[in-house]
Design a protein around this ligand. Structure first.
Ligand code: SF4
Length: 295
């Protein structure tokens, strides 16, 4: 049992927040980074790496891998942790699946992760575009593993079935935070709906399922363990745990910095509960080194 001394954030309420030393990252630069940028811009694609201000962009793009964000760059929801623009999106880019598949091919990505904004105004929430993107990647890069990280599609079974029909190798959907904090962190989503999406995908869709949690929102250790019990019970295959970082002063403040030892202890707790793969670390994100469980 490790001793848990909280590394409390010195700043609550939106003031600048000093990061602990283990959150130092590599600055974006180099040939791989430039190539990834060129392909994304050339194909007029969005990446969650940029839109969500991901700290790993230097490392991932340096390895010529990016997580493309489809269905535009405006989200119909407005979660307290997320830097993606929110508002009313206009139209639907039906050519986006083709360009996304071409970008995956051009970069030689062997494990592609595709995510999206929420498009709650669309009858299928954008599920059709997800399915088409998976199919196009398969056509152009038959040897590439395809992982999707999807919204909850408001729990609509027809939308989920569209995505299941495209048979992605991994179906990801994040619970994001513990049950008690859902309203504060992602007000338009809910814990039970997210668990149901994952459970149905596992049972009915019959595919590998993955979910992710951010810590640092003020959750108790026991609440994290309770969440692990839930995701283990529904048969989640891959679980990620990472530190929440405040993208701007307008977003939720970091309530607590978890230490590397705590992340290691959380991983052990997940494995103890029978979750087959768990990546846990300050900089872990759902798409970070997503190929690792398969290597
Ligand atoms: S962890 Fe994911 S979102 Fe972040 S830079 Fe890497 S691929 Fe992009």
């Amino acid at each position: 049992m490790i001793e848990r001394k909280p590394f409390e954030s010195p700043a609550f309420g939106g003031l600048p927040q000093r990061k602990p030393p283990w959150l130092k990252v590599r600055l974006p630069s180099g040939e791989g980074y430039a190539a990834t940028l060129r392909v994304a811009r050339g194909r007029k694609l969005h990446t969650v790496c940029e839109e969500a201000r991901c700290p790993n962009i230097g490392e991932c793009w340096g390895r010529k891998t990016a997580t493309f964000m489809i269905l535009g760059d405006v989200c119909t929801r407005s979660c307290g942790f997320c830097a993606v623009k929110s508002g009313r999106p206009s139209g639907l880019d039906l050519d986006e699946p083709r360009r996304t598949a071409e970008a995956v091919r051009d970069l030689g990505i062997r494990h592609a992760v595709i995510t999206s904004v929420n498009r709650d105004e669309l009858p299928d929430g954008g599920a059709g575009i997800f399915a088409e993107t998976v199919r196009r990647i398969r056509e152009l890069s038959p040897g590439t593993r395809v992982e999707i990280l999807v919204p909850d599609f408001l729990g609509k079974r027809e939308a989920l079935a569209k995505v299941w029909g495209a048979r992605p190798d991994i179906f990801g959907h994040n619970v994001e935070c513990v049950a008690r904090l859902q309203r504060a962190v992602r007000s338009a989503a809910n814990y039970t709906r997210s668990l149901t999406v994952l459970e149905e995908t596992k049972k009915v869709g019959g595919m590998l399922v993955k979910t992710g949690l951010q810590v640092g929102h003020g959750e108790a250790w026991e609440e994290i363990l309770a969440l692990m019990d839930d995701v283990a019970r529904i048969g989640v295959d891959i679980f990620t745990i990472g530190q929440y970082l405040q993208p701007t002063r307008e977003h939720l403040p970091v309530r607590r910095w978890y230490t590397p030892e705590e992340f290691a202890a959380l991983r052990q707790e997940a494995l103890k509960r029978g979750i087959p793969h768990c990546m846990s670390g300050a900089l872990v994100r759902s798409s970070y080194r997503a190929e690792q469980p398969f290597e």
